[in-house]
Design a binder for this molecule. Structure first.
Ligand code: FE
Length: 339
């Protein structure tokens, strides 16, 4: 005990010595992830590598604006965000540097990475409905949401939101633009109210009987299941979660991810950080902390809410395809009045 305390003091005084400060390895991280548990993830990286993370957290668009206006002088090494549509937007701006990393290529399934940005966790976009409000057979697929028998029953967040744009992009990829537009119009015709609020608002509206059916990302459901507020856990007892399209393409999967910036001043540290994010320990932070699934196969997680969801068939559409149809998805939603 006595030994470890004096050892600690030596380490502290060394690291605060003025001459050594300049050699401190740093990584500048621009993150649009908004999850409190991420701090633990970054601390774990620093503990393992000695690289100190300087983190700037802000809204997606503000970070992108900042990187653009900083130009070649940007201190940003890594840009992290959620949603394939947003990652695609960053890519279209030409911000990411191509990376060849045997570790990233071995650990991340091919459909969940591109040449310059990588997914680190996944979430599914699922259907939720109020127990007893509709028949289970009426809400088995995304296509069902456009069926006139659900008229006046659907709550939704905005069609401009990346989560819905990415879902739409997957429908375009699988079925083509004409069918995708027909679907969007059908869903709009079934709205119980104009789109408003986030995923959690839709889930709670379904539980409160304001509408019967909605779409939500799985981590919002897991968060409510694990909530410390009894009323949120009670809301979850009023709804049923459906894995869509289990006889077809499988449930639509979205991701959180990121990449190294072309102008990164600390490229070596940046690649180390991306490789760290696919380590078993980092993957567990994603799963246990933010209720997302690891991208790396076989990582042992301990998250009762995720485990309670059980196994399901996930759509294996490459994330690059979601990116490709992102702009088209917005045009179709606009035409269909899905605002
Ligand atoms: Fe979210």
């Amino acid at each position: 005990m006595k030994f470890s305390i004096s050892h600690l003091l030596v380490v502290l005084s060394l690291s605060s010595a003025p001459g050594l400060q300049a050699q401190e390895k740093v990584l500048n991280l621009y993150s649009a992830r908004h999850y409190q548990t991420d701090a633990a993830l970054y601390n774990d990286f620093t503990r393992q590598t000695g690289i100190v993370i300087k983190r700037i957290e802000s809204k997606e668009d503000e970070l992108l604006e900042r990187i653009k206006s900083e130009g070649g002088n940007s201190p940003a090494d890594i840009f992290l965000t959620v949603d394939a549509a947003r990652l695609a937007a960053a890519r279209e701006l030409g911000l990411f540097a191509p990376i060849r990393s045997p570790i990233l290529e071995a650990r991340i399934p091919a459909n969940l990475r591109t040449g310059d940005w990588f997914s680190f966790s996944t979430r599914a976009r699922v259907i939720v409905y109020a127990k007893g409000a509709v028949k289970p057979d009426e809400v088995k697929t995304y296509a069902d949401l456009a069926n006139p028998r659900l008229k006046g029953k659907i709550c939704s967040r905005s069609g401009s939101h990346p989560y819905n744009l990415s879902l739409m992009a997957s429908i375009i990829a699988h079925q083509g633009e004409a069918k995708a537009e027909e679907w969007a119009k059908g869903v709009v015709a079934n709205f119980a109210r104009p789109p408003k609020g986030g995923d959690t608002d839709q889930i709670l509206a379904v539980a409160a009987g304001e509408c019967s059916v909605a779409l939500a990302n799985t981590y919002y459901l897991a968060r409510l299941l694990r909530s410390s507020k009894p009323e949120e856990r009670a809301a979850m007892e009023k709804i049923v979660v459906v894995w869509p399209d289990q006889q077809g393409n499988g449930a639509h999967i979205n991701v959180s991810g990121g990449g190294m910036l072309k102008t990164a001043p600390h490229k070596e540290e940046a690649v180390k950080f991306l490789e760290y994010l696919v380590s078993d320990s980092a993957q567990r932070y994603f799963a246990d902390g933010n209720n997302e699934w690891p991208v790396v196969a076989g990582v042992k997680i301990s998250n009762p809410a995720l485990e309670s969801f059980g196994k399901f068939k996930a759509d294996t559409l490459p994330v690059g395809s979601l990116a490709m149809y992102r702009a088209k998805a917005q045009i179709i939603f606009d035409r269909a009045g899905y605002r």
